[in-house]
Design a binder for this molecule. Sequence first.
Ligand code: SF4
Ligand code: SF4
Length: 375
Amino acid sequence: MPNERIPDMGSTITIEKPVFNLLLSRLKEEGYLPIGPRVKNETLVYDEIESIDDLPQGYSTKQKPGNFRLVHEKHSRFFDIIPGAQSWKQFLFPSHTELFAMRKNGKSWEISSQPMEPPKYAFIGVRACELAAIQIQDGIFMREDFTDPHYRARRIHAFVISVNCTQPAGTCFCTSMGTGPRVKEEFDVNLTELDDVFVLTIGSEVARRLLAGIPFDDASGYILSNVERKLEHAEHQMTRKLDSSDLPNLIIDHLDHPYWLEIGKRCLSCTNCTQVCPTCFCWDTQDEMSLDGKTTRRNRLWDSCFNPGYSHQAGGNTRPTIYSRYRQWLSHKLGTWKEQFGTLGCVGCGRCITWCPAEIDITEEIAALRNEVNR
Ligand code: SF4
Ligand code: SF4
């Protein structure tokens, strides 16, 4: 029988699916803004969630290079979808942030900045690869020697309900990057969806407190083996691979290989891959001056190493060709990133493959470069 105990830290419990609404209510009472996957304008976005009915029940996603389809399959599960173009990056590192404003007062200028009071987010449905991407961005924006105050203000209070993937998409390759499909750490609550119940693992004291009094059962051995079977099935379903055994040297040692010219003929330099990538963090600042010259704002905007202007410096452009910009992206992501931040910069989410209009596939490009080098 369901009971009203407080679940233990690290324990795994089951709740009836409608009980998830009680957890959402608790989050809202505690001042959190729940954000999760929703169907809007016939696609999948991350947006505010009022109740479990807002989640994409019955939907699945079909993904392949250059192609994303949302399909209503009339099953009753809520988390069978694999995320679309959006990622949690847009909440922690928004595409547009005002850094400060200046207003002319007589002969002097007054500087002001907006108070940093972002919502207290509760992220619902964070996949293992996405959690790994958040950890990568934590390492970039919250370093020991420098912390970005805007990122930190959004990140430190975020409550994470992660989800184990049981239905990977055709472009996923998280098993190759060691990031998924199962969530291992850094969550408040980790959820696996079975047909009739949600299986929750408790990962933080905040989660324990929020779940106090919510009806649950301890997960039985049968439930736990069912979860394990689903995860093993998901791992076997993921056929796309990226061999990272010779990275970063494969790239770093062959920066002058003619293969880069070949990729450059297909890439459109559209920047899609960097905008959808949950780890990419290039940005630019732009000043916005009022017509009367009395106020100005400095904004931070997402940028991309595929934009020709990004590598424009005094004296000229250091990466004037498309092939040199593609090489820069890949040699950072799967090369120098490791030296800079300790891991590769790719978590295997597959977004850059799904959303590339030229169907350029990072897993195939690495394999093709290796073939060319070894030929
Ligand atoms: S490089 Fe591609 S697969 Fe890797 S994290 Fe970025 S979008 Fe995902
Ligand atoms: S690799 Fe694809 S998505 Fe990225 S810039 Fe080139 S064409 Fe656009």
